[in-house]
Design a protein around this ligand. Structure first.
Ligand code: SF4
Length: 227
């Protein structure tokens, strides 16, 4: 597949540093050079994350987890865009662009970043999401315009469904277990991950990976046409 003269998008989504990089990079490459993305079917994800985030508007940080610095969640759902990334001292054309979930204004002038999840996945751990949260932190500390702010804490706020609530009066709901998982700042790991990501984007079209079910399905489906 030939590359166009320039990518269709030069803004890297923080979430592409987790799921995309750990499964197959072929569709990611096509997304950035041709702006064609595989269709996703994730019913309820948007509704659940909006409901979860709204619960924490203006919340005090230590009420979420005692380890967090004094501060208040004052911002939510805003896009952040970074300056062009500099990798190993070399300017690149690539920037970070993403919409964070929750950001606190801390008493000491720093900020805190929280990513909300409604999930029971074993993947909800600090190591898996570190590059994604670092990407948001990079954009918050190195914005394309305005003053950057030091990100003092990052973490996952996870809700896991555990029970149903309500009586037989027509009012029902789900109960959840809430867990805050702190994610340590690890800028070197982020820079290594983003460097690898940019290498892939600047290279030729990658082969498809073995772990994505979409290509496996298409190959099996197309084989049937040859019977
Ligand atoms: S395996 Fe196929 S469908 Fe899945 S990400 Fe790779 S190229 Fe895309």
């Amino acid at each position: 597949m030939k590359k166009p003269a320039k990518p269709a998008r030069e803004y890297i989504s923080p979430s592409d540093l987790t799921f995309g990089l750990t499964t197959c990079t072929r569709c990611l490459w096509i997304k950035y050079w041709y702006k064609i993305s595989a269709p996703l079917t994730m019913p309820l994800v948007g509704t659940l994350s909006t409901l979860q985030e709204e619960r924490f508007h203006n919340a005090d940080m230590p009420t979420i987890d005692p380890s967090l610095r004094p501060g208040t969640l004052t911002k939510w759902g805003e896009f952040v865009k970074s300056k062009p990334l500099v990798i190993n001292g070399v300017d690149t054309r690539w920037r970070i662009l993403g919409k964070y979930d929750l950001v606190s204004t801390n008493v000491d002038g720093t900020i805190g970043l929280i990513d909300c999840k409604v999930s029971d996945s074993q993947r909800d751990n600090a190591a898996f999401y570190s590059p994604q949260l670092e990407a948001y932190a990079y954009a918050l500390e190195n914005p394309t315009a305005g003053k950057g702010h030091t990100v003092a804490s990052m973490g996952l706020l996870i809700w896991k469904f555990t029970t149903t609530l309500g009586d037989n009066d027509g009012s029902h709901g789900f109960g959840v277990d809430q867990k805050y998982v702190g994610v340590e700042r690890d800028t070197p790991n982020f820079l290594a991950t983003i460097a690898k990501f940019i290498d892939i984007l600047e290279g030729d079209l990658p082969d498809s990976g073995p772990t994505c079910t979409t290509c496996s399905y298409l190959l099996a489906r197309n084989a049937l046409d040859k019977l």
